[in-house]
Design a protein around this ligand. Structure first.
Ligand SMILES: [Cu+2]
Length: 421
């Protein structure tokens, strides 16, 4: 018996999505308070229905779920960005993403991973029929995920084709102020039609990110100028300096601990075969203030509200061809790793909560031993990030929900499912 019936899960996703989409008029004048006010009665009933999903088929608020129009809300017409592809789209310099020019080569004994970013003004789809006027690196929100190895040189050629001045600021241990990507250092802001090449040493290992640092800062970030930098640990460096990757002092490092840290580092490094045994995903928790009142109306991981919810199915989890909304299917024999980032504006925290499962968490991803063990909820402040590791090997197949445990964020788009197969 799955944790949740497929058709009930589809009803829940559709009901929440319909309320969100209906509330967001094309003129973008409705505040999030109105959305949640509208959800007050029906939303409570829907969640009651969820709790009784395996019982009475008339449980819950079915009069609100518009059965006759099943699936009409849920489709995204604009397919230029696919949050399902984005989950596993890692740019390592070897040409993974067509819209991200990239290269990898050696220079002075160091591996250089070179990328080209262009900032543009564009629109992105944040809910079916809802376009958000974004500023975006390479036309996508979140920006492309960069994946490098500790000690590499990241060479980022940045050109600004947007109407505002932008930068790229890295959350890395960057030793050169000229490369900090802020208005006061080095080239400062990069004006329209100007370019600058940033160079950063990839350190420390971890789950990091980049964003625009022009003023007003919150607008430049919430408009969409952000993305992930994953720095894979170098197992050889881990062998030399194991104390930097765990909570123990160098005097406490045993041979056994050193070996286990090196083995763990190999599972995190995309150049080692040990990494192939792990299913890795990038989830950027974001939000969109569609009416520019300083409050988000839409929440998501990877931009599209409810994209990892449950869409059209035959009732057994066989998704329609071309489906733009469906759960994240995971092979339960594999270890699951989520690179999680919180880049939300206007709300001080965000969170990640799993149903029916507990996980290990590595704050900022800078250690190879968990900083939190066996938890089902983790909180991240703005710009905080980390790595979550999950194991569903002993779970029955089926749908398992995960979402922000700020309840309103979940109702406004940040609600998802893993489909364990
Ligand atoms: Cu900017």
């Amino acid at each position: 018996m799955p944790s949740l019936d497929y058709s009930k899960a589809a009803d829940l996703t559709e009901t929440l999505e319909r309320r969100l989409a209906d509330s967001l008029d094309p003129d973008f004048t409705v505040s999030r308070r109105a959305v949640l006010g509208g959800l007050g009665l029906a939303g409570g009933a829907v969640l009651t229905g969820l709790g009784r999903a395996d019982g009475d088929p008339h449980a819950g608020s079915h009069e609100d779920s518009s059965h006759g129009k099943f699936g009409t809300v849920g489709e995204y017409r604009n397919l230029d960005f696919d949050p399902h592809d984005f989950l596993t789209q890692f740019n390592t310099g070897r040409g993974e993403q067509a819209n991200v020019p990239q290269d990898i080569y050696e220079e002075n004994g160091r591996t250089v991973r070179e990328f080209e970013f262009t900032a543009v003004d564009t629109t992105v789809t944040v809910a079916p029929g809802i376009e958000f006027p974004a500023w975006a690196y390479n036309g996508q929100v979140p920006g492309p995920t960069l994946r490098v190895v500790e000690g590499d040189l990241i060479r980022l050629k940045f050109s600004n084709f947007g109407r505002h001045a932008h930068t790229v600021h890295p959350h890395l241990r960057n030793l050169n102020p000229r490369m900090d990507g802020v208005p006061t250092n080095g080239p400062g802001v990069i004006d329209t039609d100007e370019s600058f090449t940033y160079e950063w040493i990839a350190q420390p290992a971890g789950s990091h990110f980049y964003h625009c640092h022009s003023l007003p800062l919150k607008e430049h970030i919430h408009r969409g100028l952000y993305g992930s930098i994953i720095v894979d640990p170098d197992p050889e460096r881990v062998a030399d300096r194991p104390e930097e990757y765990c909570e123990f002092h160098s005097s406490q490092i045993t041979d056994e601990l050193r070996e286990s840290l090196v083995a763990e580092a190999k599972t995190r490094n995309h150049e080692y075969p040990e990494n192939d045994a792990v299913n890795e995903m990038v989830m950027v928790m974001n939000g969109f203030d569609t009416n520019f009142d300083g409050d988000n109306e839409v929440y998501a991981v990877n931009t599209r509200a409810f994209a990892y919810g449950v869409g059209q199915t035959d009732g057994n989890g066989n998704w329609q061809a071309g489906e733009t909304k469906h759960p994240i299917q995971i092979d339960k024999t594999k270890r699951q790793r989520v690179y999680l980032l919180n880049i939300i504006e206007f709300d001080p925290i965000n969170s990640f909560h799993t149903h029916s499962q507990f996980f290990d968490y590595y704050d900022h991803g800078t250690t190879l031993t968990p900083t939190l063990k066996n938890v089902d909820t983790v909180m991240q402040s703005q710009a905080q990030r980390g790595i979550i590791e999950l194991d569903y090997s002993t779970h029955e197949s089926g749908l398992y929900m995960f979402h922000a445990h700020q309840s309103e964020f979940a109702e406004l788009g940040w609600m998802s499912f893993f489909e364990v197969v």
